[in-house]
Each structure stands twice: as C-alpha cells, then as structure tokens.
Design a protein around this ligand. Sequence first.
Ligand SMILES: Nc1nc2c(ncn2[C@@H]2O[C@H](COP(=O)(O)OP(=O)(O)OP(=O)(O)O)[C@@H](O)[C@H]2O)c(=O)[nH]1
Length: 921
Amino acid sequence: MAVRIYSLAKELKLDSKELVDVCARLGIRGKGSALASLSDEEVSKLKEHFQGSGTPSAPQGTPTAPAPERPKEPVREGKMPVLNTPRPASPLAGLRKKREEAAASVEEPSATSNEPHAEPAAAPMEMSEEGHGPLANVMRRDDYIGPGNVGGKLPTIAPGGKDKERSRDSKQTGSTPQRGRPAIKLAPIPITEKPPSSATKKDEAIQKPDLRLPAEALRPGKTSGKPLSAHLKRHEDTLDAKKRGKDKEMLIPGEEIPASGKGRRGKAKGGADKDDAPMLGGREQRQLSRQRHTLRDREGSDEYRPRRSLRRPRRTGVSTAAPRKDKVSLQLPCTVREFSEAAGVPASQVLRILMEEGVMATMNALIDDDLTELIAAELGVNLELKEAVSVEDELLASIRDRQDDEADLVSRPPVITFLGHVDHGKTSLLDRIIDIDVVSGESGGITQHIRAYTIEKDGRRISFVDTPGHEAFTEMRARGANVTDIAVLVVAADDGVMPQTEEAISHAQAAEVPIVVALNKTDLPGVDLNRAMQGLSTNGLLPSEWGGDVEVVKTSAITGDGLDELLDTVLTVAELHEYKANPNRQAMGTCLEAQQEPGRGVVAKIIVQNGTLRVGDVIVCGQSYGRVKAMYDTLLPNQRYEEAGPSTPVNVTGFDTAPGAGEHFYVLDDIADARTIAESRSDSHRKTALSGGVQHVTLETLFDRLEGANEVQTLNIILRADVRGSIEAIQKELGKLDHPEVKIKLLQASVGGVTEADVTLADASDAIIIGFNVIADENARALAEQRGVQVRRYEIIYKITEDIKAALEGLLKPEEREVDLGRALVQQTYKISRVGTIAGCRVLSGSIARNGRARIIRDNTIIGDYPIDTLKREKSDAKEVREGLECGIKLSGFNDVKEGDLFEVYKVEEVGRTFEESLES
Ligand SMILES: Nc1nc2c(ncn2[C@@H]2O[C@H](COP(=O)(O)OP(=O)(O)OP(=O)(O)O)[C@@H](O)[C@H]2O)c(=O)[nH]1
C-alpha cells in the first residue's frame, strides 16, 4: 500500500521536506513533493535508513545525545510580563541610570541561560534605598518570585546579606559565591529550552544581562498587572500633589488612591524629594512640566480641570489574532481562509506551504482533503474532520429518509420512457398510444410540446416521460433523477440495431431499469425480424421467445398493431416490480423541465414520485422555492388540478426562479425553511463551480477512491474502438483483471469515435471513457472537459490493462504526456516529385506546430501517426500556424494523404507534475 511522504514524515516525527531530501539522498527518485507516494519497498528503505541512523529525528545519521534532564520547576500560571529593553526617550531614563549603576555594582551573573534575562531586569527596580524606593512596594508583591524557587521560598537577596540559595547554586556550578548584592526578586520565566549541562555552564563566558522592559510593563492600568507604569503614574501624582500643597491634593477622576499610608500617598506626604524627579524623563517629563505649568496658572480657579487629555492614549498592543490551536476541527473541503481561521495561523503561512507544494492559491480557494492534511502536518496541527451538515441535510433528511409503512403504500402508475435510434418511430408510437386514449374519450388534443403525460388503459394508468433522446434520459440520471421505471427500446424492424440503439441499451442498463423492446415498423414489407432479434441478442438483450428475459413486442405505429400488447406488457412488468407509493404524505418528486412563460411566470413540469402535491404547498426544488399557485394538466394547458398524486406529471406555477431539469423537489411546512435551503444550495453551487466543479473518477484518482472504502468499488468503463475485433480482444483482457476491491463494469462497448452521448453516460455513471484507435469528436471533447470526464486513448491493447492494473495499485505514472495542439483538415493534396505529398490544410482549431506529430484520421478512425516534416505558410517555413489559417503540411514517412483527412496534431512532453499527477507519484 502506497504511503504519502507527509504521512510517513508524521509517523517518523520528521519534517516532510527533510524526508523529501532524504529520499533524494537515498536515490529514491521522483519524490520531489511531500504529496508523493512511497511504495512499501521505499518505505522500508527509509525506515531502515532511520533505524540505522539511530533516531528518526536525526536523518543525517548523527544521533544526538539526549539533553540532561533538568529537574522540572513548577511554573506559575498566569500572565508573565516579558521584559524588553526600554527606549532611551522613555520616562525610565532615571530608572535606567540607576539600573546601570546597579548593574555595575552587581557581579555578572553566571546563572543558566534562561536566568540572566529576568534576574538583572528586576535588579534596578530594587535598587532604591533600603528597598523602600518607589518600586519597592510593587516588586514586593507575591507575584514576583525568583527563578529556581518558584512556588517555594522567596529568594530575597538582601543588600549586604548572603543569599543561601545562590551560594548553594554557586557551589554546584563552581562559580564564586556572590555577596553584597542588592535584593533581587524575579518573575518566573517559563522554561522553553533545556538548560545546558553543568560542564557547559563552566565554560560559558559570563554575559551581560539582557535587560528588557516591555511596553506592557510601562503601560498604565490596574496596579496589580502593570507595576512600572503604575509606579510612574503614582510618581506623577506625587509630584502634582506636592506642587499643589500639602493639604490640597488633586484627585484625578477615576484614579484610585491607595488607602494605606504606606503607598505613594504616604511617601508623598512624607515629603517627595528631588530624587524622585530623575525617575521621569523624555516625553512624560515634558508633559508633566506642561501640566505643572498649567496647574500653576489655574490654581484656585473654578475652571480648573486636570489635563488628562494631554496624555496620549497609549495603544493597548493586544493581538487580535486567533490563538494558534493544536487541534483543528474542520469540514472538508475548506478554503485557505477557513483553515487559517480554524487553526489560528496566518493565511500567508498556509499560502506559503501551498506555494512550496507548487499550488498557487488564493484566500478563498478551496483546498482539497489531501492538501489540507498536508498543511496540518506541516504546521503540526491535529486535524479532526467534521461531517458536513448543511441546512438541507438538517431539514430534508427527515423527509427524504422517512420510510413509509407498508400499510400506507398503494400501487402507483409506472413511468415509462421511450428510447431508441433516430427515426425508429418513438414519437409515432407515443402519438398513436395517446390517439388510442383520445379515441377512448379520456384525453383531449395532443400538444407536440408535451413531454410527460398519463393515460389510462383498461382502468390502469401509465405515465410517459417523453424525453427527446437517450442523452436527455441520461442527463436526468446525471443529476441523480431516475424518474424512469421501465425503458421501452424502440427498434425499427427494417434497420435493426443501430449505433444509437446500442447507446440507448447502455444508458438503460446503466440506469438499471427493465427494458421492453418495441420492434416497430413490422408493417413494412420484407422486414427481417430475425435479423433485428439477432442484433438485440448480440447486445445482451435475449428475446423471451428465444429463451431470454427480454419482452419483445412487434408493433406498428402506422397500423396500430401491437400497441395494446405493448401497453399490456409494460403494465405486467410494472406489476412484477410492484411500484408503490404513499399518497398520504407530503409530495416529493423531480422537475422535468422549467421555463418562464409570459403572463404565468415560471412554469415547471414536474413529476410527483411519492406523496400528493396540493395547491398552496410550500415547495423547494434545487435552488428555487415558492408556494404552489396552480397546477395544470400537461396535455390540456387550461385544465387545473387541486392535487397531484404519485407518478403524475403536472405543470406547476409559483416558483421564484426556474428550477433545473432533474432537480428533486420537496414539500416543506415553512416557506422560510424553503428559502434557507434554496439559498444555501445556491451558495454551495457557486462554491463548487468556483472550485472547478465535480470531479469524476480518473485512472489517476482511482486508487484514492479505493483507499478507505469499505465496500467493493466499481470502475465503470465506456469503450469505443475502431473495429469490433478490438472490442472483443479488449473485453477479454479486461475480463482477466481480477481485483478483490474493484469490479470492472463495461457499461458500453461500441465501434466508432467517442461521442457526446458517451460523455453524458460517463458523467451520469461516473465512468471513464477508453478510446482504442479512435478519437473524441470536438463536441465530445469539450463536453468531457466541462464535465470532468476522463477520456483515455490507447493504441496497444495490453497497455489498457496495464494502466488499469497500475491505477488499482496506485502506481500509475504518466511520465510522458501528449499535449493536443490543434486540428487541421486536408483540403487539397499536392504531389511533388522527390519531396512527396504536401497536404494543403486549414487549421480548424488550436494551432499546428512544426515540431509536433500528427495523427491521421479518416472516417473517425486513426490510420497513422507521423511527425510533421515541413510546415509552410504561403511558401515560407512556419513554426506555428494558428486557427483559421491555411498551411501546407508534409508528414515524415507518409504520403498517402487524402482530401478530407483530419490531422490531429499533438506533441509529447514531460509535463511538470500537477497536483493530481503528483498524487500517484
Ligand atoms: N411504416 C411505418 N413507418 C413508421 C412507423 N413508425 C414510424 N414510422 C415512420 O418513421 C418516421 C420516423 O418516425 P418518428 O416517430 O418521428 O421517429 P422517432 O424515433 O420519434 O424519431 P426522432 O424523434 O427523430 O428520434 C416517420 O416518417 C414515421 O411515419 C411504423 O410503425 N411503420
């Protein structure tokens, strides 16, 4: 089983990129990305490598000795002020001066690497005389505890005293015990690095303390959290108070004054001396002097107000970024923005990882499951997937999943669709059937636009859905609407089974509906019914009169022969299948088509599949919703109905917009719910469209589909080949492929080029198309691209099975890729002696390049593949000739070019691997 590099990296606790590098070093080729897969052999090789190198975290083969364990210190919880170096202009100028003096008098610390930051930082604050300086009360708070003694005894180092803790420490480390140091109280610092060994400590040069006082430490606020700023604030107030006189103390509104006389007030009253002044400097000092000035001017006046507004509000500096999370709960697929918000990492970081993987994305781009996993692995985030629960799921699940009681179920009319080759008589037969009904007086005039109607035969009702062809029938299936219960395959007795008959059979079989054959035009003289029956047998429909299980009814739309029998047969098949529904529930069904009609608004032709639809019902269908205003008969435009039961087609008005053909409709209780569902669908539809639409299975993605799937999967294939012999040979080869987890189902195998119908069928059945020695026509190619259907071309039979086998094992490696350049039609040929045949061509699409190769297509079949020898445009050599222009092409080694031949020009190139391709590498 292949394993992705990033998964293995995760397992080995390595960086994906590191593992990619190791792959390169070990000679494991083609693993340029963390998404690349590794075979079992490669995985073992890598694991062996890491085992050999001692530890996976040292892929270079240099095992690192584990750092000595330092006894764990309990870290106090809560906010830790990070100490940053103050700026010169800060009001701490005086303080800094004192600190420097203190630093000079204090011996350089020889503590461990995580200590010097905090220890000296606190020192200056304690440098006030006898520990009674302005900071003393702040720093004496229990919040500040010396390192190495957190949670234990406060390691107070009194000036001139002996610090027992430190002496002990010094003995251990071999450094000189320190004496006469000022009292130092330190805040605990979370330990982020392992301390160096004692040996390292000895050798380590004594460093100057790195003093950092953070902005937070200087900011005013609640005194408990910001000691320095609180101190400064108090200091200013002291000065103010002093200036205003002993008895006149100005209180700043909102400012708290400590009740205790030991605080700043006590000090102020005790006489703030001039030594306090240098504690302030820079901007604050200037502001203060201005304030004092004003105070002096206004003292005693009534309009006096403290000049608080002179101080600029300081920025809080609070980060608004979401905190980074270790575990992320996400619903996939998600956008870059959603991932970044959920994980609390900057989107730019996510985009950078994507870029490193060669994926250029934007904030709103959807990232698929694998990439999301990769990003999570790169960021060390644990990804937890949430089940997608849409509004629709919540509201409609109960309706959809509601199982009807057996007792509530009643028989419903079967829904019949007529399929078959063009001009074999589908419309004529249906017209005739309705004529019968008209004759019986049960239905009125026939409108040719009607595509769904119900008739009665011997008191039993039958509903017909007259889709224009099997493609429309399949189109409906592609949208998940299998409205048809029984398919009537119309085969003209004179023509027999034709290409479109074969297609129709495939479509009906893929839909897994019973087929009844109407062998039509039996009135024609000299028709060979046996030949038609033979054709049906060859295509897997063995007539019942030949011992098979397919009912073949001989009909004539002209004479009306066999029509009753056809209807009887259909009703019998329906009885066998027991189509039932519960008319006593809210209606659900499918929209067949919808259009905007002048005067009536949106008119949707719908078929009720279960329940009963009534006028006034709230209805939601795809991205449309509304209340049923009126219901009309599908044959008689003015015939109104109040309700429509199961299997009844009706024209409905009341939708806000025209729902799409094939969309399911549901009746809800609340119009607000209907609106919510319609809007949420419209949103998700837009999202899907932006992310490139639905992706069908491809041989490259087949393996991914199999991974993690519990049930046996089916790989649906539509085969097109040049001759029937090829089909038989390929069928035989495919039959040999036996995989426990995958069943290969050949939905259709026919001769000729790939058509739009094939693509529609592949779209509806999630199939891949294999073209053997044939190509896809222009429309089919465009449709396949639009629908995301894979069309693979082969010229060697065993290569097909080889590729499928490789795809099943997840090892399909397209090293070379054919890039289609353009197509040119041969309009004239010129034979030039000693040169050969020159084809005068017109470029139909794309462009023709001189370094390309051309496949020669004659009658939809590839007859050869040759490199372009010469490309001329108006007598001069050309490198490239674009669409719409004429040119002369001489092929190397092929002179039998004929007018009407098509050159399909392509080039083979080693393409830089796209994401999908890299999945299988
Ligand atoms: N002799 C004879 N002619 C028939 C019969 N059924 C249909 N036709 C003729 O065959 C032609 C094609 O019939 P349609 O009913 O249009 O065939 P279709 O299969 O609906 O054709 P498309 O809708 O184009 O796919 C018409 O000229 C019909 O008159 C039949 O049973 N006998």
